[in-house]
Design a protein around this ligand. Structure first.
Ligand code: HEC
Length: 169
């Protein structure tokens, strides 16, 4: 009686084990197929879109290498048609342009950029506003032309220089 019970138990038990094994193989197969499909769609379609989304908002260019990098970035922007577009829709709001572009260096004094304190402008101011504007447009020392934003117009650079001069204290 008990031997027979054992045999029935063993039969059922091995059936269940076999069923579970087949189920496991199926699940693994399904997972592998799904993984293949996801990998394909990611590498082809969303790759460039992801790069576009995670690219830096802006960069700080400092020193001679920074100058070269700023030039390359400006050329790239010009080549892609971006250079044609005027920054900030042509706004001549000096404060806004300063906050978005110039402040990156001039607030902390990065790469020796003069901060908006009188002591750092004593030797610069006597050049006159026009010369300061020209230097900001063409670049001077470690400062790239137009602070690295070649899409700024000369008027926009002038407006931001005027804002800076008014803010010096
Ligand atoms: C990448 C950093 C950087 C950015 C961005 C930047 N500057 Fe400068 N700027 C400098 C540095 C460095 C100097 C000092 C250059 C020197 O005298 O050697 C400087 C100097 C100047 C001067 C003084 C020039 C002179 O003749 O003494 C003016 C004016 C100026 N910047 C305006 C601007 C304006 C306006 C912007 C924004 C449109 C701007 N800068 C953005 C780094 C920067």
């Amino acid at each position: 009686m008990s031997e027979q019970d054992d045999q029935i138990f063993l039969k059922r038990f091995s059936l269940i084990i076999a069923g579970l094994a087949i189920f496991a193989v199926l699940i693994v197969g399904l997972a592998m197929t799904m993984n293949d499909r996801l990998a394909v769609s990611e590498s082809t379609a969303s790759g460039p879109a992801t790069l576009e989304r995670i690219k830096p908002v802006f960069a700080v260019y400092a020193g001679e290498t920074g100058r070269a990098a700023a030039m390359a970035a400006a050329e790239e922007a010009a080549a892609s048609g971006g250079g044609q577009q005027v920054a900030f829709d042509g706004s001549t709001d000096g404060e806004m342009i300063y906050n978005n572009v110039c402040q990156a260096c001039h607030m902390a004094g990065a790469a020796g950029a003069p901060q908006l304190v009188a002591a750092q402008w004593e030797e610069r101011l006597p050049q006159g506003e026009d010369t300061l504007v020209q230097h900001a447009i063409n670049g001077i020392g470690a400062m790239p032309a137009k602070g690295g934003r070649s899409d700024l117009t000369d008027e926009q650079v002038r407006a931001s220089v005027e804002y800076m001069l008014a803010e010096i204290e």
